[in-house]
Every structure is written in C-alpha cells, then in structure tokens.
Ligand binder design. Structure first.
Ligand SMILES: Nc1ncnc2c1ncn2[C@@H]1O[C@H](COP(=O)(O)OP(=O)(O)OP(=O)(O)O)[C@@H](O)[C@H]1O
Ligand SMILES: [Mg+2]
Length: 341
C-alpha cells in the first residue's frame, strides 16, 4: 500500500543543511497498522508528511495506493490526497463550525451533493461515537471528542490510508486508550491501512502490527511489534521497550537485590504467547532442588500476541541452577542472567 524508496529529506536553514529523513526504506502493507516511534526531532513528522505530499523528498520516491506522491502535483495530487486521511495532535478543527459542519467540510471540498453528504456525516458520527454532540462547537468538546471529530473528518472520503501524527499525545491515558480502540475497530472493519507516529511505546504496544524505530532521520530498527519487544537490538529500542516492561525503579531494585542475595542468580525471563501462560516456574521448582523468589513481573498485550517478563531470584546448587536455565531456554523462554556490574 505504501512504498518509501531511499528517501532523503533535507532542509536548508540559516544554520546549514538539516537532514530530517535519511535513507529511509519502508514497505507498509494493506490493512496494516504500522507505527513509527522516535524521540523529538527524529524526523517522524517529516516522514509522515512525505506520505501525503505535504513535503517533497529531496531524494527517492514515495508511492501510496499505487500513486507516486513524490512526483504528482496540482489537481492530481489533490485527488490522490483524498485517498489519504490525516489526524493531528492538536486536532486542527475549524473552530467556528459545529461537529457536523467540520465532518462535512472535506465532503464539500470533494463536491459531494448535499443529500449524500448528510447521509455520510450521519454514518461517520455514529462510527466515531459522537451521537448527540453533532451541533456542539469544538470548544465545547473534550479532547477525546475533538479527536473523534478529527477521525470522522479524516475518514469522510473513504481514504485507503490514515496517517496519525501524535494523535493521542494531548490526551490522558484513559482517553488515549479509547481513541486507540476506535482506531483498531476502524482498521478491522474497513481494512484501513494506518500509519501512526508517536513517542510513546504504549501506543505501539497497544495497536501496531509492525514498528519502525527512528533516530536522527534513520530507521534503526524495524519488525513485528512482538519481535521487537522480545529482542530489541538498537540501544534506543531497548530504552523504549524498557519503559513498558519495567517499572521505573527496576534498575535500583535489581542493584539492591544483587547486594542482598550473595548466592544464587538473578534472572530476567521473557515469555511470548503460549509460554506466557504456562506455569513453568512453579513446575521447575517442583522438579529441581532450587528455590525461586519472584521479584517483579509484567505482562503486555500487543496486536500480535502476549509478551511477559519476570525477574526471579534463583537459589540452589550451581548444577541445578544451570539445569533449570537450560530447561527454560528449551521451552523458548528468554533467559538473561543479571550480573554484578
Ligand atoms: N520546515 C522545516 N525547516 C527546517 N527544518 C525542519 C523543518 N521541518 C522539520 N525540520 C527539522 O527536521 C528535524 C526533524 O523534525 P520532525 O518534525 O520531523 O521531527 P519529529 O520526530 O516529528 O519530532 P517531534 O516528536 O518533536 O514532533 C528537526 O531537526 C527539525 O528541526
Ligand atoms: Mg513531530
């Protein structure tokens, strides 16, 4: 659905040339929810703006729904853009128009006749759950409701792709989850391809199928969300994943435990899918002369499965501990022994 080929984007500024997007190659499939994560300034917004022609690449090509966005202009580009909806962090609503009028706006621009427009607006209001609020003005809505208007407006012309630039960053955690659920429903119902950019791993974890990690304009890591969670390679990815899988004080707690337990081993276990549900640890304790203290555990649900991590203190004789660790590895459990620094 989307192909980004060797794309570079430079900006000439007074301070010199800035490379906002650097040699990016991505293929995004139809019906996929694809996430791009990175810190501020990584080039995420520039990348997403290249997808709907708001920016033109300095090098390389961008193809969306069969059209080379990076080449076309004028009327052709306007028509191609009807296939690409977009929502923003600050909603970008028309403040002097009601909810209905905001949602109707892109239909007016596309020249849809009034009766059809009215019918489509009704459908959209229902789809995003804004019944009863259609005559309100944006200033009378909560943040979550404003983003629902943004989503309805973006979907008005039945786009094939929805771009989301930090669409939940201005919302509280609960509202964020509601909006993310709405996006998942829309993706499932219409097979809509969604590209979303965020600096929050929680958003990626909750709804994306695949993720690309961006740092200084480059994609430094990419893969199915569960794989990236299980085995993050780049340093920056490890940091993002840790935010989800570890409580803030984990490093301190582990340091403390290493000092406290002079014998045995502190081990981080990672589980995915079926292994996450099996009571492996209690079974091992029964079968081998070891004791297990569970120190901290965490389970995350992603779109492609469950990911769990568990910190344990494993005590017993050296041979039994090694045996237990081997059994765990055979059962496809990730095993990482935490050592004294
Ligand atoms: N129009 C522009 N002119 C000059 N420099 C720009 C322009 N747009 C973006 N940049 C620069 O490109 C780099 C990437 O910016 P971009 O907005 O894509 O980052 P981002 O990952 O979206 O960051 P944030 O999370 O803060 O939104 C930054 O260094 C930024 O200053
Ligand atoms: Mg941005």
């Amino acid at each position: 659905m989307i192909t980004i080929n060797n794309v570079k984007k430079y900006f000439e500024t007074k301070a010199g040339k800035i490379t906002a997007v650097d040699e990016v190659n991505l293929q995004i499939k139809e019906g996929e929810i694809f996430g791009v994560i990175g810190y501020s300034g990584a080039g995420k917004s520039t990348l997403i703006r290249l997808l709907n022609g708001l920016e033109v690449p300095s090098e390389g090509s961008v193809i969306v729904a069969g059209k080379e966005i990076s080449k076309i202009q004028g009327e052709k580009l306007r028509r191609a853009r009807q296939e690409i909806g977009m929502i923003f962090q600050h909603f970008n609503l028309l403040w002097s128009r009601t909810v209905r009028q905001n949602i109707a706006f892109p239909l007016e621009v596309a020249g849809v006749p009034k009766a059809k427009r009215e019918q489509r607006v009704n459908e959209l209001i229902k789809l995003v759950g804004l019944e009863g609020r259609e005559h309100a003005y944006p200033s009378q809505l909560s943040g979550g409701q404003k983003q629902r208007v943004g989503i309805a407006r973006a979907l008005a012309n039945n786009p094939k792709v929805l771009l989301c630039d930090e669409a939940t960053s201005a919302l509280d955690p609960q509202t964020t989850d509601q909006i993310l659920e709405l996006l998942v429903n829309i993706n499932k119902k219409f097979g809509l391809t969604i590209v979303l950019i965020t600096h929050e791993m929680h958003v990626i974890k909750k709804i994306c199928h695949r993720v690309a990690v961006m740092e200084t304009g480059k994609v430094v890591e990419m893969g199915p969300v569960l794989d990236v969670f299980k085995n993050p390679r780049a340093q920056i990815t490890k940091r993002f994943v840790q935010k989800i899988t570890e409580q803030e004080d984990t490093t301190d707690v582990i340091q403390h435990l290493l000092e406290k337990y002079k014998t045995g081993k502190i081990v981080k276990l990672s589980f995915i899918n079926e292994t996450a549900e099996q009571p492996i640890v209690s079974r091992l304790m029964k079968e081998h002369p070891v004791t297990v203290n569970i120190l901290q555990g965490n389970i995350s649900q992603t779109q492609n499965g469950t990911y769990g991590s568990l910190y344990i203190h494993l005590d017993g004789d050296e041979v039994s501990i090694t045996k237990v660790l081997n059994v765990l590895k055979q059962e496809q459990v990730g095993v990482e022994v935490i050592n004294h620094d």
